[in-house]
Design a protein around this ligand. Structure first.
Ligand code: ZN
Length: 84
């Protein structure tokens, strides 16, 4: 498998897999891939409230996936952020 670059979509830093949250696109659906086990296209966000809030506020996943990401994934990120 080619090594995947894990770059945060908010701060553009390449991070350690354990410090990043993965969002996966599978069959057109966006899911929070907490365990980094899902396939598909992925986008990464640092596991800190700065980057999470930036992604939520600016809808940066839309840019990362070059499509309109359904708002439910942002709601999931909001509750994820609030529970951590
Ligand atoms: Zn970041």
């Amino acid at each position: 498998m080619p090594k995947q670059e894990r770059r945060c979509v908010a701060c553009r830093q390449v991070g350690n897999q354990n410090d990043l949250i993965r969002i996966a696109k599978i069959d057109g659906e966006f899911v929070l891939d907490k365990l980094h086990k899902l396939g598909g296209r992925g986008a990464y966000i640092c596991n800190n409230s700065n980057c999470l809030n930036l992604v939520i506020k600016k809808h940066l996943l839309n840019k990362a996936f070059k499509t309109n990401v359904n708002s439910s994934i942002y709601e999931e990120l909001i509750s994820y952020e609030q529970n951590n």
